[in-house]
Write a new protein. Structure first.
Length: 514
C-alpha cells in the first residue's frame, strides 16, 4: 500500500511488455475472438471469448515485485495455487508466452519471455458488484456467499506469524501515508487525520482482544481482498476469486477483517439488510460472536482502503469518493447505542424468521441486529446446512435443551461485544424465555419479547407452502403445538395473520423504530 521510491516500472519492463500486450490484445491470437483489454495498476487482463488471460505488469511496488519474467512466473504459479481451491471453475493453468522464429506466441514451443494465468471467462454482469449495482442481489446469493466464506475461513491454515495489533497499527499508518502521497492527498488532510486519530484510539482500546485473537488462531491465510468485485456467480453459486497471492502479510489476517471487506461494501452501497444477513449466516457457522467487538474497526479500515484507491484518481470524482469513504470510515468508529435483545416467539408458521429478517437492519447500530435462529443453530450442531432436513430424533428434549443453551451462549457473546441480537425460536417453555430476560439484565441490553399468533389453519397453510427453509416443521407439528402452547404473559402479543409487511409495521411501532 505504501508508496515509496521502490514503486517503479522495471527498466526493461513495461516497454518490453508492449510486444506481449499487443500479442494478447490481437484477436488473431485467440482464433478471431474479439478481445476486451482491462488495465489495472498491477495487471493486464484480456477477455477473449471463453478464455481470459491475466498478465502481470512488469512493475515493482512497495507491496509486490513483478519486475522480472522469473518473478512474474513464480507469482502466476502462486496465484493459481492460491485461488484454485476456492475457484476451480475459473482458474486453469499458467501459460507461457514464447518466442518462435515467427514472433511471439501464446503457449507452444519456444523460449518463454513472459507468463499469464489462464482463466475461464465469466460474465462481468455476474460479479457481485454488478449484481448490487443492478439490485439483483438476492437473499439466496448472500446466504450462499456467507457459507462459502465461512467454509474457507474454517479450512485455511492459521498464520500466527502475522496479524495482531502491531500489524493493524502498521496497516493504518501505511494507509494514511499512501493516501497523503496520492493526487488527492493534499485535499484530504483533515478527514484523514480525524480518521487516523479515531482508528488508532479504537485500536488501543481493542489491543488486548486483537492480540488474544491472534494467539487463539483467528489470524489465518485468508482471501485478503474480499470486496464484491472479487466475487462472482458461476453456475449459480458464488465463487471467491482473485485472492491476494503476492503478499502473505496482506492475506494473513484476522478472519473478521477478511469478511469485513464484504460487509463494508454492502453497507456503503446501502445494502444494510444484506450485510446483516451475511454476518448472521456467517456467524451461525463460525460462532465467532466475541470478535464482533473489533468489527467496527475492521469495517472502518476496509473503507479507508477504498478511500486510498479513490484518492489515486485525478479529478473531482476521485476526491468526492475518497472523502465519502473516509467519512463512512469515521462513522464506523463512532460510539454505538447500547445493544438490544429482541426475542421473537410463537408457533411454527407464525413468521418469526421473516419478521426477524425484516427488523434486523432497522435496529440502531453499525450492522443492526444479528439474527440467531433455533432452526439454524440445530442444523449447525449436527454439522449440516440449515436447509438440509434432520430426523425426528434431532428434536428430542435433550437436543432442544442443547440448542437453547448454545443460542444463549452465542447471544451473550454478541451482546457483550456491543451488538444487538434477535433470537428467533418457538419459546414454548418459560425457562428459555426467562433466561433471555436475565441475560439482557446482566449485559445491560434492553429486552423486548414479542409473541406472534395466528389461526391454526393459517399456520398449516404457510408451513405446507415452505421451500428451502431451515425449519423442518410440518402442519402436524403445528397442530400439536397449538394444543399445548401458551404465550408468555410478559411478552407483547402481535397478530401474525396479516402480510409480512403488516406484521413488520406493527412490530416497528411496538419497538419505536422506523
Amino acid at each position: 500500500m505504501k508508496q515509496n521510491p521502490a514503486d517503479h516500472t522495471a527498466p526493461d519492463g513495461e516497454e518490453r511488455q508492449k510486444e506481449v500486450v499487443a500479442l494478447l490484445a490481437d484477436p488473431a491470437t485467440h482464433g478471431g475472438s474479439s478481445v476486451e483489454h482491462i488495465t489495472t495498476h498491477i495487471s493486464h487482463v484480456f477477455i477473449a471469448g471463453p478464455n481470459t488471460y491475466k498478465l502481470k505488469r512488469a512493475v515493482a511496488r512497495s507491496f509486490v515485485d513483478y519486475s522480472s519474467a522469473e518473478k512474474r512466473k513464480a507469482l502466476c504459479e502462486r496465484e493459481l495455487a492460491t485461488n484454485i481451491e476456492n475457484a476451480p471453475q475459473i482458474y486453469k493453468a499458467v501459460v507461457p508466452i514464447v518466442r518462435t522464429p515467427n514472433g511471439l506466441q501464446l503457449d507452444g514451443e519456444g523460449e518463454p519471455v513472459d507468463y499469464v494465468v489462464a482463466m475461464r471467462t465469466f460474465k462481468t454482469s455476474d460479479m457481485f458488484d454488478a449484481l448490487a449495482d443492478e439490485s439483483r442481489l438476492t437473499e439466496r446469493h448472500i446466504q450462499d456467499l456467507a457459507d462459502a466464506i465461512a467454509r474457507q475461513h474454517i479450512r485455511v491454515p492459521r498464520a500466527q506469524d502475522f496479524g495482531g495489533s502491531k500489524a493493524i497499527q502498521q496497516t493504518i499508518e501505511e494507509l494514511v501515508e499512501t493516501i497523503e502521497a496520492t493526487p488527492q492527498g493534499p485535499n484530504l488532510k483533515q478527514p484523514l487525520q480525524e480518521w487516523k486519530n479515531a482508528a488508532l484510539a479504537e485500536l488501543q482500546r481493542l489491543t488486548p482482544q486483537i492480540d488474544a485473537r491472534r494467539r487463539h488462531g483467528y489470524v489465518r491465510r485468508c482471501h485478503g481482498d474480499l470486496h464484491l468485485a472479487n466475487i462472482c456467480l458461476v453456475d449459480e453459486a458464488p465463487v471467491l476469486f482473485d485472492a491476494i497471492e503476492f503478499s502473505e502479510k496482506i492475506a494473513s489476517i484476522d478472519i473478521l477483517y477478511d469478511i469485513a471487506f464484504t460487509a463494508m461494501d454492502l453497507l456503503y452501497r446501502g445494502f444494510r439488510q444484506h450485510a446483516t444477513l451475511l454476518l448472521s449466516r456467517y456467524l451461525s457457522h463460525t460462532r465467532d460472536y466475541s470478535g464482533l467487538k473489533a468489527l467496527g474497526l475492521f469495517i472502518s479500515m476496509r473503507s479507508a482502503v477504498r478511500a486510498m484507491v479513490a484518492a489515486a484518481k485525478d479529478g473531482e470524482a476521485g476526491l468526492r469518493e475518497a472523502t465519502n469513504r473516509l467519512e463512512f470510515a469515521l462513522s464506523c468508529l463512532a460510539n454505538q447505542p447500547a445493544p438490544r435483545l429482541l426475542a421473537i416467539g410463537g408457533l411454527s408458521g407464525t413468521g418469526k424468521s421473516t419478521l426477524a429478517k425484516s427488523l434486523a437492519p432497522d435496529i440502531p447500530g453499525l450492522i443492526g441486529a444479528l439474527s440467531i435462529r433455533s432452526d439454524v443453530c440445530r442444523k449447525r450442531l449436527f454439522g449440516i446446512s440449515p436447509e438440509e432436513p434432520l430426523p425426528k430424533e434431532a428434536y428430542q428434549g435433550d437436543v432442544s435443551r442443547k440448542v437453547y443453551a448454545t443460542m444463549l451462549k452465542d447471544t451473550r457473546r454478541a451482546l457483550n461485544a456491543g451488538t444487538s441480537v434477535i433470537v428467533d425460536a418457538t419459546f414454548l417453555g418459560e425457562t428459555e424465555a426467562n433466561q433471555l430476560e436475565r441475560l439482557a439484565n446482566a449485559t445491560g441490553a434492553h429486552f423486548t419479547g414479542i409473541w406472534l399468533s395466528a389461526d391454526l389453519e393459517i399456520l398449516k397453510t404457510r408451513i405446507a407452502q415452505r421451500t428451502g427453509d431451515a425449519s423442518d416443521a410440518t402442519p402436524q407439528i403445528a397442530e400439536r403445538q397449538w394444543q399445548t402452547a401458551t404465550a408468555n404473559p410478559a411478552w407483547a402479543k402481535l397478530d401474525a395473520s396479516g402480510t409480512p409487511d403488516e406484521v413488520a409495521a406493527a412490530a416497528r411501532r411496538l419497538l419505536a423504530i422506523k
